[in-house]
Design a protein around this ligand. Structure first.
Ligand code: GLN
Length: 527
């Protein structure tokens, strides 16, 4: 690893300014995309032995992308044509959801770290699994095409729990990720590498996915901002499937302002994802400045009962008071079916996972056992070797609840509970504009503390999972500390109201500075 050049040093001094001003500095050619990417790569490489936030770093490939961004910034016609082609690809064949002209090149030169779940042409895409240890994606996910069209530079591939199953990142085949606030603690999961990298200043932005909390929970535990959009807002094409009716791509960044710019690019229709929705709204960054006075913020009483840790509860209460001081009106709401959310999720998600993961058979994708005598043994050995313990546990549960004789008792019942949960939110939103509360009951677990007790790990998702079951958009924003560890405030809005979420989060971040705090070991120029 080489020492930073003076140009990279200059670029290193910029990241804390946020994406808007980085974009400006790039457009005015104060810095080049190559220097900016080089500066962040330097940080990622240096922190890799400590944090393990990445599965793959490919300096050459990233710098090639950065050179292409520099060409785009310099007005090259070839580069513009390539960006326009990526914009169209993002919509799928015959699609109407191409990235709007105004967004082509809008984030040119901005480095983004991608969760290793989004297929990206030419990049190794492992999904945190031995099963895909050597899989190089032959095409781009819808999300990746959109980021390409916007001119962003891929910094590498973020570590994650295997197939996005987990809340700690300890289920990655490529090793655990550490929390930059305390190296003896987990960053959360499953998008732990993305959250840890943004928190430590190794990347200005990162992608993630959220099936039951995997963006919001690591965002909360690492002290960064994260958004999980409405189900159907962001294309799932090329995003390796865990539980298809719940999975949704989203992003991590330091502020709501940055997230709005990222979501402007990520959101859009894709004909290759049958649950992607064609909508005319967007331009989330435009909703940011609006006044929040008079907005009614619902506070669910079930989210503040026993089980909520005192430190987290106190920080969230202070955040609610702050929203009130900004002119929001706090109203009590109730989500009675929330208590059944975890059992319903741990039937539905494994059921879908068991079906989705059947494609990894040692024949078509990924790992194949070296020795086998017949086809069954090829399947058994390849899957036995390729999948880790948590993934196997979920496949077993999923196959069981879908099996003849149990389907009605478990799967159908869970779907009914899912409906009750969605109805709860609909009733609550009749009396409020958004909902606010904790993201998790406590702050980051100690490494290894839940490895032998999956149920304890599952229970930490109590406030995030109901939101996925209802398909709603939600955010986590930094809201203080619990004994030195970050705490997140969760905001949930009705379907398609990401703009409102971002508006409130932005107003909150203008009044507070929690989102600007840095882990001591990674703050300052040395980070
Ligand atoms: N922690 C949850 C699980 O293990 C959620 C994971 C996710 O959102 N991908 O399933």
């Amino acid at each position: 690893m080489s020492a930073p050049t003076p140009a990279q040093d200059k670029a290193l001094a910029l990241p804390d300014r946020g994406l808007r001003s980085l974009t400006q500095a790039l457009a005015q050619r104060e810095i080049s995309a190559v220097d900016l990417a080089g500066a962040f790569l330097q940080r990622l490489e240096a922190a890799q032995p400590t944090l393990n936030s990445c599965i793959t770093l490919d300096r050459e490939r990233s710098l090639q992308e950065a050179a292409a961004a520099d060409a785009l910034l310099g007005g090259s016609e070839d580069a513009k044509a390539a960006a326009r082609a990526a914009a169209t690809t993002a919509a799928g064949p015959g699609g109407q959801g191409a990235l709007p002209g105004g967004l082509i090149g809008a984030l040119a030169g901005i480095p983004v770290l991608h969760k290793d779940i989004f297929c990206a042409e030419g990049w190794r895409t492992t999904c945190g699994s031995r099963m895909l240890e050597n899989f190089v994606a032959p095409y781009d996910a819808g999300v990746i095409s959109r980021f390409k069209a916007a001119g962003t530079v891929s910094l590498g591939r973020a570590n994650m729990d295997e197939f996005a199953m987990g809340s700690t990142n300890e289920h990655s085949f490529f090793g655990a990720v550490r929390n930059p606030w305390d190296l003896q603690r987990v960053p959360g999961g499953s998008s732990g590498g993305s959250a840890a990298a943004v928190a430590a200043g190794l990347a200005p932005a990162a992608t993630g996915t959220d099936t039951g909390g995997s963006i919001r929970q690591p965002a909360a535990w690492c002290g960064v901002s994260g958004i999980k959009p409405t189900y159907g807002r962001v294309s799932r094409f090329g995003m390796i499937a865990f539980a298809s009716s719940l999975d949704q791509g989203g992003a991590f960044a330091r502020s709501a302002d940055d997230l709005a710019l990222l979501l402007d690019v990520m959101a859009g229709h894709d004909t290759r994802d049958s649950t992607s929705v064609l909508r005319q709204d967007g331009a989330f960054s435009a909703s940011l400045g609006q006044d929040v006075r008079g907005l009614r913020v619902g506070v669910p009483k079930e989210w503040f009962g026993t089980g909520l840790g005192a430190g987290v509860g106190a920080a969230v209460q202070t955040a609610l008071d702050q929203l009130q001081a900004l002119g929001c009106e706090l109203v009590a709401v109730t989500l009675p079916a929330s208590a059944q959310a975890i059992p319903a999720y741990y039937v539905i998600a494994p059921a879908e996972a068991s079906s989705n993961l059947s494609r990894f058979d040692g024949v078509r994708f990924g790992h194949r056992a070296a020795e086998y005598h017949d086809l069954n043994e090829l399947y058994e050995r390849s899957r036995g070797e390729g999948f880790g313990a948590e993934v196997k546990r979920r496949i077993l549960i999923g196959s069981y609840v879908l099996s003849h004789g149990y389907y009605d008792a478990y799967y159908l019942q869970a779907q009914k509970v899912r409906r009750l949960i969605a109805d709860d939110f609909a009733r609550a939103f009749a009396g409020c504009d958004l909902i606010a509360g904790p993201v998790t009951p406590g702050s980051a677990f100690a490494l290894g503390s839940n490895s032998s007790d999956p149920t304890a790990m599952y229970l930490a998702d109590i406030y995030t999972i109901p939101v996925n079951l209802a398909g709603l958009p939600a955010m986590s924003v930094p809201a203080g500390f619990d004994q030195g560890l970050p705490v997140g405030l969760q905001l949930v809005a009705p379907w398609w109201q990401e703009g409102r979420l971002l508006q409130v989060a932005h107003a909150y971040q203008r009044a507070t500075d929690w989102h600007q705090r840095r882990p001591p070991a990674f703050s300052g120029a040395a980070a």
